[in-house]
Design a protein around this ligand. Structure first.
Ligand SMILES: [Zn+2]
Length: 137
């Protein structure tokens, strides 16, 4: 399949690849920084109940943020794979080109705006469509 936007031009893959690689690097750095912070936090033995619940709260925030980073890293690596397979900028749902404006805002976008909104509505309805929910295992 040829990647051609509505204006007839191919998206600038080299530029998107650069943006995606920079993003992946940024997420990896942020994740290892958090890991280091967590190790330091574990060395502090809580002295009473108040500290303990505070620590649990911080661990929860860490895990939560880490899951989001894992997901983002996965999205970014998938986008880089799609560049390699010459399938970048094509909606995975409807096979239509994703607008340059959307790729500019979200370079790792998997879906066009229309499909993304439909999927978001399905998630809001409680239908589970998140294929990356096991990514942190
Ligand atoms: Zn679509």
């Amino acid at each position: 399949m040829k990647i051609v936007n509505k204006n007839g031009r191919k998206p600038n893959l080299a530029r998107y690849r650069k943006v995606l690689e920079a993003k992946a690097e940024e997420v990896r750095r942020s994740m290892s920084a958090q890991k280091a912070a967590q190790v330091v936090a574990r060395l502090d033995v809580p002295s009473d109940e108040g500290d303990l619940s505070q620590q649990h709260h911080e661990e929860w925030i860490f895990l939560n943020r880490n899951t989001i980073d894992m997901k983002l890293l996965r999205e970014v690596s998938d986008a880089l794979l799609r560049i390699g397979h010459d399938h970048y900028g094509i909606c995975l749902e409807c096979d239509e080109p994703i607008s340059a404006k959307r790729l500019e805002a979200v370079p790792w976008a998997r879906y066009c705006v229309t499909c993304q909104e439909r999927i978001a509505a399905r998630i809001a309805d409680g239908e589970v469509v998140d294929q990356y929910q096991d990514a942190d295992r």
